[in-house]
Design a protein around this ligand. Structure first.
Ligand code: ASP
Ligand code: MG
Length: 254
């Protein structure tokens, strides 16, 4: 049995049909005998829409209120995904960043994670539930909601995987992994089956479009293997692995 953290980005949970599709995939992973914790982004363009709404009211909104607003996006997707998993016949429990124990500094809009103490997530997993965690958010020393910067859910997922001691962190997106170049522009671009952290950090032009750089740095620091793959296909993606690890030994590759 493996402990797997799966992260689904905004395009994978863009509408309720997509959320149902993701729920099926999460339950499938659980039914294979794994423990599963899921990190979700806000649905589709929700975060952009929230920012537009704020700016239509105040061109310079207070940063604390911006973070209060933006953390709402991930709360919508986490609770809907928990419901969709329940409708599939499995048990799921959703947690905000605060409930999942993400402690950050006070830089609203660009907070850094200082500690992750996911006691409630661990408890849910030990009871046999699927844990769903809102990405991109935490709580600061004042007890206020903070966000980690755009695209921050990738970092939330890796940080949760590290704190739980997961075997792998799977990052689900809308492309089949990381390519040698952007396949929409360069038709001959090839998918990279497996790659090291350093190499991906050097590929800033194409690698960083798929993964937030901070997430790769975090994974490298704690040797957390990543699997970047599409939630829209069954094809294998790109494994980002520490030196000396045989990628074939990682769980849930099919
Ligand atoms: N929803 C946030 C954003 O759009 C966080 C994320 O998607 O990772 O930036
Ligand atoms: Mg997003």
């Amino acid at each position: 049995m493996a402990l797997i953290v799966q992260k689904y980005g905004g395009s994978s949970v863009a509408d309720t049909e997509s959320i149902k599709r993701v729920a099926k995939r999460v339950v499938e992973t659980e039914k294979k005998g794994n423990k599963v914790a899921v990190v979700v982004s806000a649905m589709g363009d929700t975060t952009d829409d929230l920012i537009d709404q704020a700016l239509s009211i105040d061109s310079n909104p207070p940063e604390r209120e911006m973070d209060m607003l933006m953390t709402a996006g991930e709360r919508i997707s986490m609770s809907l995904l928990a419901m969709a998993i329940h409708a599939e016949g499995s048990r799921a429990h959703s947690f905000t960043g605060q409930q999942a124990g993400f402690f950050t500094d006070t830089r609203y809009g660009a907070a850094h994670i200082k500690a992750v103490r996911p006691d409630r997530v661990k408890n849910a997993l030990s009871l046999g539930d699927i844990a769903i965690v809102a990405g991109f958010q935490g709580i600061n020393a004042k007890g206020d909601a903070t966000t980690l910067g755009r695209g921050g859910s990738d970092t939330s997922a890796v940080a949760l995987a590290v704190a739980l001691g997961a075997d792998i962190c799977e990052i689900y997106t809308d492309v089949d992994g990381i390519f040698t170049a952007d396949p929409r522009i360069v038709p001959s671009a090839r998918r990279i089956p497996s790659i090291g952290y350093e190499a991906i950090l050097e590929m800033a032009s194409c690698g960083s479009k798929v993964l937030a750089l901070r997430c790769v740095e975090y994974a490298q620091r704690f040797n957390m293997p990543l699997h970047v793959r599409s939630s829209f296909s069954r094809r294998p993606g790109t494994l980002v692995v520490p030196d000396g690890i045989d990628p074939r030994t990682l769980p849930n590759l099919d």
